[in-house]
Design a protein around this ligand. Structure first.
Ligand SMILES: Nc1ncnc2c1ncn2[C@@H]1O[C@H](COP(=O)(O)OP(=O)(O)O)[C@@H](O)[C@H]1O
Ligand SMILES: [Mg+2]
Length: 225
């Protein structure tokens, strides 16, 4: 099905169960995000941002309500289909970068492409292209320990864009960075949506990020406020 809606969420609810306790992290949420836009989810710590992102990224299940990803109802997908979408169509970026320490920048990007079934030659050229797109060609042979925080996050962005995903999902990608470096990262991500390369969805509790966003949803206690 073809649609210009990246996500359409209706009446979404999600709880964690801890022993006898139930934590209601998302409580009856409706939300619509257009494709090829830069969308943000803001809100204080504990408001449900990461939980929502994990549901939209097919990491947590849809417990209640409905989520369409590019027109497809995700609760109808099998685990195998969800894995395939996570592997091929969603690029993840995290606050702590999640790079493999023993691999160089180039190898970190290539490794994920080879897991997608890319040939070595293709993985190499796509990794080079992605590192160039984030301005890191000169650091290709550096290991994460030789890179600054901003450079590590740019490797993580390169890794995400190299797979040509429909959406890049980023959970507080600037939270570990100083504000100038954080701004550079946001500019790189914003440019991806401007050039229609990908959609970007990110969480933050930094108000600055909203200057870059096409749309923002503010959460408080698992609800839109
Ligand atoms: N794995 C978990 N087990 C139990 N409760 C959790 C878990 N993850 C998050 N929570 C709770 O769910 C609520 C929302 O958390 P989260 O989505 O991480 O919010 P945010 O990302 O906005 O800080 C909070 O009350 C948090 O304590
Ligand atoms: Mg969080």
């Amino acid at each position: 099905m073809s649609t210009d809606k990246l996500f359409e969420v209706t009446d979404l609810a999600f709880s964690y169960v801890l022993g006898k306790q139930k934590v209601e992290a998302i409580r009856g949420l409706d939300l619509s995000i257009d494709a090829h836009t830069f969308a943000t989810i803001s809100g204080p710590s504990g408001s449900g941002k990461s939980t929502l992102l994990n549901i939209l990224g097919l990491i947590e299940p849809v417990q209640q309500g409905n989520v369409l990803f590019l027109g497809e109802e995700i609760s109808r997908l099998t685990e195998r289909e969800k894995n395939k979408i996570r592997r091929n169509r969603i690029g993840f970026i995290f606050q702590q970068f999640h790079l493999i320490p023993v691999l160089t920048a180039q190898e970190n990007v290539e490794y994920f492409l080879s897991r997608q079934g890319c040939s070595r030659v293709e993985a190499r050229s796509r990794a080079q292209e992605a590192l160039e797109a984030v301005g890191l060609s000169d650091c290709r042979a550096h290991k994460p320990s030789q890179l600054s925080g901003g450079e590590k996050q740019r490797v993580a962005i390169a890794r995400a864009i190299a797979k040509n995903p429909d959406v890049i999902i980023a959970d507080e990608p600037t939270a570990s960075l100083d504000s100038k470096t954080g701004k550079e990262i946001l500019e790189i991500l914003a440019n991806l949506t401007k050039s229609k390369k990908s959609s970007v969805l990110l969480t933050t509790h930094d108000p600055m990020v909203q200057d870059y966003a096409d749309s923002n949803v503010h959460l408080v206690d698992g609800r839109i406020s």
